[in-house]
Design a protein around this ligand. Structure first.
Ligand code: NAD
Length: 480
């Protein structure tokens, strides 16, 4: 059985303990590879390697760092199909999705930050003939990057690329549930000629490897994407050490459909924003609010489209939904569907585990699920489910839908569907959300700030925001 290895100081190594964890293929429910069960000793080695590499890496001309990262992005692109298949097997997502979204976006992340770093500039503030201020931006040192399982390589690269491009060395940990493409990336980092110790990838559990990264005094910045509870824990440990913190956490995103929307586009895109990647995207809209005059018409059209979605073998391009990432997560989603029924919700579609035959008989599949009849403040509509489950709720006025949309602890993303320009601007401004899409969903420009408010996180990723996060500013004032 394939054994994943840690990538420390430029080489692939076994965990010091010699212990391994099982890695499951969620579409078959079978163990298919082994993950290093690393601990704080492996993290210590990675930190030492990063410390040794930092003086050379941070002093390299930006063009040289950029060229190495572009080389890495080109190698991922060259291996796109291998990465897409690996991501699909590891995570359960359809291979077509990994091939068209996850892996191309990981390629883009490395390419974008490799070139963005070339254009990063700082400000000067003149005080006339009294003094001149100029600001320097310098790399922080060692950055800790911790990522989740839903978009494994994409979110991993979203952190590592800006950290490296701005001259830091990195100790990174992918999710122990989906480690495979991070391992493949470490092989390519060697091939690309990334100097030893610049990027270190330590595999294992959050409670061992993740906590050791967060608590390590030599790691001065933590960029984390994952659940809100984990984010709270990380903030508690890192804040007293005055580490820089970027926390991208959970969501419970509203989709708001006004009666004057472009109906066909709204239905089509809402199917995607509800169920893409089995609903396991932090940006998926799980609460769909529909203006009352359109409610029945939208419901029927939405149902009709969702009934066409096939669930099954992730390697078959005809299937739109693959497997849920793990048995535990599947059980969590099913428990929320049961809760929705206890709370008085009516299941219009799905609501069940999908039982397949043959090699997929033990796989973790759930039908896309649509529920109506629940109030906006019940647990089903307040807590993050992070699966293929949406609720439909009617509303009468703009004020009412804003109060429903803003009623959760989260504030990551929202979609608004209307042809009315003023209404669109007004609602976008009033939503408590870091990202608002008008008449679209998941349309991303890598230069834009990405992140949430309230329990959805602290700080912003994307564009120069990320390069700024991974650098320290120093103002220098010269008396003239
Ligand atoms: P998680 O919090 O369980 O794990 C995320 C990562 O943190 C994993 O690598 C895990 O091993 C590590 N970890 C766990 N405990 C840790 C600890 N004590 N110290 C340090 N690291 C620890 O989250 P998950 O289940 O992997 O991911 C799903 C969650 O991620 C959802 O809530 C989803 O909304 C969120 N998410 C947010 C965004 C965003 O951009 N805001 C993007 C994707 C996913």
């Amino acid at each position: 059985m394939q054994k994943i290895k840690n990538y420390i100081n430029g080489v692939l190594v076994e965990p010091i303990s010699g212990n391994y964890l099982d890695n499951y293929n969620p579409s078959t429910g079978k163990v298919y590879s082994l993950i290093p069960d690393s601990n704080e000793q492996d993290v210590e080695l990675a930190v030492k390697a990063a410390q040794d590499a930092f003086p050379i890496w941070s002093a390299l001309p930006t063009q040289k760092r950029s060229a190495l990262l572009i080389r890495l992005s080109e190698l991922i692109e060259k291996n796109l199909e291998k990465f897409a298949v690996a991501e699909s097997v590891d995570n359960g997502k359809p291979v077509w999705l990994a091939r068209t979204v996850d892996i191309p976006r990981a390629v883009d992340n490395f390419h974008f930050y490799a070139t963005a770093a070339l254009h990063q500039s700082t400000e000067t503030h003149s005080m006339g003939d009294v003094a001149l201020n100029y600001t320097l931006r310098t790399p922080i040192g060692i950055a800790g990057c911790i990522s989740p399982w839903n978009l494994p390589l994409y979110l991993f690269s979203w952190k590592i690329a800006p950290a490296l491009a701005s001259g830091n060395c990195v100790v990174a940990k992918p999710s122990e549930i989906t480690p495979m493409t991070a391992y493949l990336l470490s092989e390519l980092a060697i091939e690309a000629g990334i100097p030893a110790g610049v990027l270190n990838i330590v595999h294992g559990l959050g409670t061992k490897v993740g906590s050791a990264i967060v608590a390590h005094p030599k790691i001065q910045a933590i960029s984390f994407t994952g659940g809100t509870k984990t984010g709270e824990h990380i903030a508690r440990v890192a804040a007293p050490m005055f580490k820089k913190l970027s926390l991208e956490l959970g969501g419970k995103n509203p989709t708001i459909i006004f009666a004057d929307c472009d109906f066909d586009k709204a239905v089509k895109t809402t199917v995607r924003s509800s169920f893409a990647n089995q609903g396991e995207i932090c940006l998926c809209g799980s609460r769909i609010f529909i203006e009352r005059p359109l409610y029945e018409k939208f419901k029927l059209a939405f149902l009709e489209e969702v009934k066409k979605l096939k669930v099954g073998d992730p390697s078959d391009d005809k299937n739109w939904l693959g497997a849920i990432v793990s048995k535990l997560h599947m059980e969590k989603i099913l428990s929320y569907i049961a809760l929705a029924q206890e709370e008085g919700g009516k299941i219009l579609h799905g609501g069940n585990r999908v039982q397949l035959d043959g090699e997929f008989a033990e796989g973790y599949f759930i039908a896309p699920t649509i529920i109506e009849g629940l109030p906006h403040d019940c647990r089903t509509n307040q807590e993050e489910i992070f699966g293929p489950v949406v609720t439909l709720q009617p509303f009468d006025t703009e004020e009412e839908v804003l109060s429903y949309a803003n009623s959760t602890n989260y504030g990551l993303a929202a979609s608004v569907w209307t042809q009315h320009l003023t209404k669109a601007h007004h609602v976008a401004a009033k939503l408590h959300s870091g990202i608002v899409w008008i008449n679209c969903w998941l349309l991303r420009d890598l230069r834009t700030p990405f992140g949430g408010v309230k329990s959805s996180g602290v700080g912003r990723e994307g564009g120069f925001e990320a390069l700024n996060f991974f650098t320290e500013e120093k103002n220098i004032c010269i008396k003239l």
